[in-house]
Write a protein that binds this ligand. Structure first.
Ligand code: ZN
Length: 262
């Protein structure tokens, strides 16, 4: 069980981060602590430094605007031996509608692509409503790339797969029909699991089915947690008509290989 994208440094976990991390250490193979801002990146480095199953990935959120990413590039360079990936980085056309600022996002994204290429680190890509453009920009990136929370078309997913990249499914696959359709298209060999914690909690979905009792007790159900990838794995297994153990084994192998985890 590897969650390749969890924001464990978000303030949502300030009150009980130790407990959440302890639970991850107990039940997970690994968790990649993603970040999208400078301070969050520092926290990810600190947290991963203290816990053997947590690994940091440093990035910059496209909605942060333009400037200010230089010091994150510097931090990635300085800490490159300890980080497992560059991200999340990418484009966001969902929240950003201004053409000039969208163009600036591309410049920033290109800086990160260049650095990831130089450092030979995998990219973790945020591509909300900009999936096609993200793909165009990374098409010739010579290393691994993972489209996190991918919400593009099945047709684009096929192109991403054909190019050898990976698609990561969040707990959205539980409650979104389009993500279930994507899960049918993406082969297990190029699929990963994530939660984007604390976002995308499966609580509403499970509650509607009267199954909220399946959530791990003692943790606020409105947040998401890395161990909830178990629910997504079961859903993907059902969609692909394979055993859940196979989904967990293959997604764990993929993440381990791409992020060079122990
Ligand atoms: Zn994220």
């Amino acid at each position: 069980m590897i969650d390749i994208h969890a924001h464990l440094c978000f303030p949502d976990f300030d009150d009980d981060r130790d407990r959440v991390v302890a639970e991850c250490e107990r039940g997970m193979t690994a968790v990649i602590v993603g970040s999208a801002r400078y301070d969050e990146g520092l926290c990810a480095l600190r947290l991963a430094g203290m816990h053997g199953k947590l690994f940091p990935s440093l990035g910059y959120h496209p909605t942060e605007g333009g400037g200010g990413h230089g010091r994150i590039l510097d931090l990635i360079r300085k800490e490159s031996a300890g980080i497992v990936g560059v991200g999340e980085v990418g484009l966001d056309h969902h929240w950003e509608k201004d053409p000039g600022r969208r163009k600036r996002q591309e410049g920033v994204f290109s800086d990160f692509i260049e650095l990831a290429s130089e450092l030979r680190k995998p990219l973790i890509i945020h591509s909300w409503d900009a999936e096609t453009r993200c793909f165009e920009l990374v098409r010739d990136f010579g290393h691994d790339a993972v489209f996190h929370c991918f919400s593009g078309s099945a047709q684009l997913a096929e192109q991403i797969i054909a190019r050898g990249f990976f698609i990561s499914f969040s707990t959205q696959v539980l409650f979104s029909k389009s993500h279930r359709k994507l899960a049918r298209v993406v082969p297990l060999g190029q699929l990963m699991l994530e939660t984007d914690s604390p976002f995308l909690s499966p609580y509403g979905y499970l509650k509607a089915k009267g199954e909220e009792g399946r959530l791990r007790p003692g943790f606020d159900p409105k947040r998401n947690y890395p161990w909830n990838i178990g629910f997504s794995a079961a859903k993907i297994a059902e969609i692909k008509r394979v055993d859940v153990s196979q989904v967990l084994r293959e997604t764990t192998d993929n993440a381990r290989r791409v992020f060079r985890l122990p």
